[in-house]
Design a binder for this molecule. Structure first.
Ligand SMILES: [Zn+2]
Length: 724
């Protein structure tokens, strides 16, 4: 019998055979788009709707999306950017299966908690789920593979599909049943090393979002079901966002509205005698709002001062996250029940109807807990109370902020912060409250998973033997598919434009330039190819719009709809010699020689980058080093914040800004061998919300400067100018 022989591809003959590249220009006519892209782009409800209309996405079912060629291109650019920043922290890339055994989730205690888990059973009766996250799988894999025996730390990440049985998918790509995430898991032996890892990952996240070139904030966050007590979120400012982030105009105070700092609180049980001594009236009339506990045995009556607002306004500005946090350890508050229903439910619940587990079958204590805002004085509260017998036999308790001396935590502030409030951290800045979209999250997990999965190492004990210690873990996510929807910003039609347009940051735009090709003559086609090839050689992503079934006007409308920043098209009646370069975002349109196209495009691209990230050039020269200078300075840098975007609205929130200036010349010829890598950094004052800024002073920085050196430079320069 004859064996099969492998056939090797035959090499083309000729002296340059190995160097012959296949010409593969990206032609518009080759991109599959299900329908004419301009047709439905008139009135999108949100960015995802526009992405569907424009042919980036296809939606077969609610909460499920297929990425089409244009969308996939953007997605892959985001993934490559993520990969680069993960490499910068030495993380190794893997790809785990989406199928995860339910028994692992039982072990971590997360199986029952997840009503949003997609569960399934195979034919041999094994229970699986479609993983929404991979802490269990990674911890188990690392334990069984034993790779940690030799090294003291490990960083593993993947970019993959995750699943969530969302009852009401909404916001398009922002909250669907399936989504694409980057998740990184870190393992360290010692607590201090794990904290250092955590800070390194945060710095990498800031570099990633800097390079993306969109305004974002890094906010303290609640760690939710992930556990642990240290976590940060990365938010993009966006009107269609479902999160709310509070930032300060002058310090680093930035937090999700759901994040409640550790509260300083006193818990008093009141006796009938204390209540009977009712003598005075309230100094102010507080507004009260009732909540009820999950077991219906505790009525929580929240008291806040109205500060001149109506009762209903005051009630609706009570921060339910603080209510829950203040009651933790005493009662589980159900904030989903309307106020009237809460009192009714409490009165209707018969004593003994809901025996608490701690009481066995005996009647649980029914009680009322008064929760006082920090502005309500406990003494006055007690004096103003009368016994309320209508509620039956009750235990009466009060939770309030301790008085006098230094507080061990934050005072109980029950009102939602609003724009213009004084910052609670620095007491000088004012707060801004913005709608945002959460794009990333870092969690310090500690030993939460490693202890349950017995992922341990042997530490030396004081007796000379060894003791097993669990690894300290962290997990860090970036919502890759939601980032695609969040980063595409929608712009309403202006002037002559008829349809909505997209504005992608350059880093992830599907293409940078569309070369609109005239197909009238072979010479014109050839000239378009030359322009295309020249731009591609310089590293731009170019699209050749060779469609023959639509006009130049239609093609120009399409670059707006698709968010391609620049178009190049042959000038009318110029043969192949002159070209028109158009950049809608900069309202730029100019007729240039064929030889000037590249230079014009480069300068437009630089203007677009500096516009989006508030940085003057030469960015490409200093590259990643700028990120490290920025990170060093942005921490309490003499009251100035780096890197607000150039929009007046965002700039108004900052006192000043730092812009990178020009590279400095070498001092003299003797320095010839030592490159001078110093740059000017201009410190500018914001001009009442205008996009123009007054330069205050300039400092010279080197990428090698330490944070302390940079702060000292800023401080002494500001002092010399009499600014501080
Ligand atoms: Zn502040």
């Amino acid at each position: 019998m004859m064996g099969t022989r492998l056939r090797w591809p035959r090499l083309p003959s000729g002296s340059h055979a190995l160097h012959t590249a296949v010409k593969a220009r990206q032609r518009c006519s080759d991109i599959w788009v299900p329908q004419s892209i301009s047709k439905n782009a008139a009135k999108p409800d949100n960015t995802t709707a526009h992405l569907i209309n424009a042919g980036f996405l296809y939606q077969p079912n609610a909460g499920i999306f297929h990425f089409l060629p244009l969308g996939l291109r953007v997605l892959e650019k985001v993934e490559r950017l993520v990969d680069r920043h993960m490499r910068s922290v030495g993380a190794s890339k893997v790809a785990l299966s989406s199928l995860s055994r339910q028994s692992l989730w039982q072990k971590s205690g997360r199986l029952s908690a997840g009503g949003e888990l997609f569960k399934l059973r195979d034919r041999s009766g094994v229970d699986w789920l479609l993983a929404p996250t991979h802490e269990e799988e990674f911890t188990e894999m690392v334990r069984l593979s034993g790779t940690l025996r030799k090294s003291s730390s490990l960083r593993l990440y993947q970019i993959g599909r995750k699943y969530r049985d969302e009852l009401r998918p909404r916001g398009g790509l922002l909250r669907g049943k399936e989504f694409i995430m980057k998740d990184l898991y870190t393992f360290d032996r010692e607590f201090d090393a794990a904290l250092k890892t955590y800070d390194e990952i945060r710095a990498a996240y800031r570099n990633f979002f800097d390079e993306l070139g969109l305004p974002y904030s890094e906010a303290r966050a609640d760690s939710g079901s992930m556990g642990g007590n240290l976590s940060h979120e990365y938010h993009l400012t966006a009107d269609e966002g479902e999160d709310t982030v509070i930032t300060c105009s002058s310090c680093d105070h930035a937090r999700n509205i759901e994040f409640v700092p550790r509260l300083a609180k006193n818990f008093h049980r009141l006796t009938n005698d204390a209540l009977a001594q009712s003598k005075s009236v309230w100094p102010t009339s507080p507004v009260s709002r009732d909540f009820i506990s999950e077991d219906k045995n505790t009525l929580v009556r929240v008291l806040v001062n109205s500060h001149g607002r109506s009762d209903s306004e005051t009630k609706s500005s009570i921060n339910t996250h603080v209510v829950k946090a203040a009651l933790s350890g005493h009662a589980e508050v159900d904030t989903g029940i309307q106020e009237e229903a809460a009192l009714d439910a409490f009165l209707a619940a018969k004593p003994g109807a809901n025996p608490g587990p701690e009481n066995g079958n005996t009647t649980p204590q029914r009680r009322i807990i008064y929760l006082l805002d920090k502005d309500i004085d406990l003494e006055h509260f007690l004096l103003g109370r009368k016994r309320d017998d209508s509620l039956g036999e009750l235990e009466v308790c009060v939770i309030s902020t301790p008085t006098g001396g230094d507080l061990d935590g934050s005072p109980i502030d029950l009102l939602l912060p609003s724009k213009g409030d004084t910052c609670p951290s620095c007491k000088t800045g004012v707060l801004d409250v913005q709608k945002t979209i959460e794009l990333g999250h870092t969690f310090f997990l500690g030993a939460r998973y490693s202890s349950k999965f017995n992922l341990v190492w042997l530490a030396k004990s004081s007796e000379g033997g060894s003791v097993p210690k669990p690894y300290e873990m962290g997990c860090h996510g970036i919502g890759v598919s939601r980032l695609v929807a969040a980063a595409a910003r929608l712009r309403a039609p202006t002037g002559k434009e008829k349809s909505w347009s997209l504005q992608w940051p350059k880093a992830i735009a599907p293409y940078h330039i569309s070369v609109i090709c005239s197909t009238e003559s072979a010479a014109q086609i050839e000239a378009s190819h030359e322009i295309y090839d020249g731009l591609e050689r310089e590293g731009f992503d170019v699209l050749l719009d060779d469609r023959t079934d639509c006009s130049f006007g239609w093609k120009l409308a399409d670059i707006r709809i698709l968010g391609i920043p620049i178009a190049v098209l042959p000038a009318r009646k110029s043969g192949e010699k002159r070209w028109v370069v158009i950049c809608p975002a900069l309202e730029f349109e100019e007729d240039v020689q064929a030889t000037e196209v590249l230079e014009t495009v480069q300068s437009l691209m630089n203007r677009l980058i500096s516009r989006s990230c508030g940085m003057s050039l030469p960015k490409n020269e200093i590259g990643d080093k700028w990120g490290s200078i920025r990170n060093k300075l942005s921490k309490d840098g003499a009251g100035f914040r780096l890197y607000p975007s150039r929009t007046p609205k965002n700039d108004a929130a900052f006192k000043g800004r730092l812009d990178q200036g020009e590279k400095l010349p070498k001092k003299d010829k003797s320095d010839q061998d030592e490159p001078n890598d110093s740059y000017n950094v201009n410190v500018q004052a914001n001009n009442q919300g205008s996009a123009r800024h007054n330069k205050l002073f300039t400092i010279q920085v080197k990428p090698s400067n330490t944070k302390e050196e940079l702060k000292a430079k800023l401080k002494s320069a500001a002092e010399a100018k009499g600014l501080i």
